[in-house]
Design a protein around this ligand. Structure first.
Ligand code: PLP
Length: 407
């Protein structure tokens, strides 16, 4: 099974043809693309015996969970609400949770939903672990192998110096009493972000070096997320060698909990051009969607989402076109934020008012991160079923803006 580029799901039709009747802006989630990702991920599980979880923080559009259900062993949650959502929608699947710190006043309820509870520190394990153990849960500790394999994205590097995420070996030696170690069923690490399996291999070496002595007494090892498995050039055989290495060396069940990989290139954001303005050599197209509100990672990460009909790499987020006659446009939102810019894109024609523009790869970290800053409406979310039919999943309006601010 080969992976898909961002617009393969259109199957040769134009955006106007597929989505022209939908009110913009709107997100469209693509069932067939989700299933194709699921097939790739399930292939890893089938060939290795590893268990694959959906990290819901990346993609929590639960109407789509049934499409992914055949491919996953369970869901992973960042806290109480996501744990509850995974438990509600896929009650027959495993529910795993990792949180930087659990609250005493939520913990009883969390234990109703979670099967695996991963703690961030020996202190949290000591404070809440006995209660979770008594409730029959499988307990883990997140370790920090202190092995950074990414450059440039410090906010996505849990191994950055001084990181609050995960327990270092030094802290393990200082704080993990035999009683605490005895509470543990597994170890968890999450250090990658959109990375290939060579970074996992390097990380696993660091895990072996730092925690290899304690792993044989564990039942499982959770290798976190950030594995870009469904990206077309991802090295899957190397991932499978890493999984087998852990299984054979330490006798552990291996879990992976990718978020992105499940819904990579499986969603769109459709928008229309509201205005075109010029300032010096820069042509600005103002869209009815916003980077800041509807794709915040474009600004946070930062990155440029693929755009239908615009050559990839044709533009940048911070350079002008420098050429008055070109069809390079700086696409931005109608908000008051000057930095509400998606990027500079080159088209093969002059943009028209009312024209539909379609961004790709906007299922992940988009619908679950959007906001109503500037009173921007939330884009509705549509589900494009495998047969091409479109179902509206949401009906957002003024109330969704107003009632998160007061009564
Ligand atoms: C973010 C996160 C994931 C998912 O990461 P992706 O980059 O979306 O694959 C998994 N586990 C933990 C603990 C995370 O914080």
């Amino acid at each position: 099974m080969t992976a898909r580029p961002p617009f393969a799901a259109l199957r040769g039709r134009t955006p106007e043809d597929c989505f022209g009747r939908l009110a913009t802006p709107c997100y469209i989630l693509d069932e067939a693309a989700l299933r194709q990702n699921g097939e790739i991920l399930k292939g890893v599980a089938d060939r290795t015996g590893a268990k694959l979880l959906l990290a819901q923080k990346a993609f929590s559009n639960y109407d789509c969970y049934p499409a992914l259900a055949p491919y996953l062993a369970g869901t992973e949650a960042s806290g109480l609400f996501e744990a509850r959502l995974g438990w509600e929608i896929l009650p027959e699947k495993e529910v795993h949770v990792f949180c930087g710190a659990y609250r005493d006043d939520e913990f009883d309820e969390l234990l109703r939903y979670a099967d695996h509870v991963v703690f961030n520190s020996p202190a949290q394990l000591s404070r809440l672990g006995p209660q979770a153990k008594a409730a029959g849960k499988s307990l883990g500790l997140r370790i920090n192998p202190e092995c950074s394999t990414q450059e440039g994205h410090a906010i996505y590097d849990p191994c950055a110096p001084g990181s609050r995420l995960g327990t270092t070996r030094e802290q393990w030696d200082a704080k993990m009493t035999p009683d605490l170690v005895a509470l543990l069923d597994g170890l968890h690490f999450h250090t990658l972000c959109e990375q290939d399996s060579d970074a996992l291999e390097i990380t696993l070496d660091a895990v072996a070096e730092k925690f290899g002595d304690v792993l044989p007494r564990m039942k499982w090892l959770n290798m976190g997320g950030g594995h870009h498995v469904t990206r077309p050039d991802y090295d899957i055989p190397r991932l499978e060698r890493c999984i087998r290495f852990a299984q054979e060396t330490w006798g552990v069940t291996v879990y992976l909990e990718p978020g992105e990989a499940w819904a990579l290139n499986a969603g769109f954001l459709a928008s229309r051009v509201l205005d075109v303005t010029e300032n010096g050599s820069v042509k600005n197209a103002i869209l009815d969607c916003s980077a800041a509100c509807h794709m915040p990672d474009v600004i946070e990460m930062p990155y440029m989402p693929p755009l239908y009909g615009a050559a990839e790499g044709s533009g940048s987020r911070d350079q002008g076109s420098g050429d008055d006659n070109s069809n390079v446009y700086r696409l931005g939102g109608p908000s008051c934020l000057s930095g509400d810019v998606i990027g500079d894109y080159e088209f093969d024609h002059a943009l028209q008012i009312g024209e539909l523009v379609l961004f790709g790869d906007l299922a992940i970290y988009s619908t679950c991160k959007n906001n109503t800053f500037n009173g921007m409406p939330l884009p509705n979310i549509w589900y494009r079923r495998a047969d091409g039919s479109l179902e509206q999943l949401t009906d957002f309006g003024y109330r969704d803006f107003k009632y998160r601010l007061g009564r």
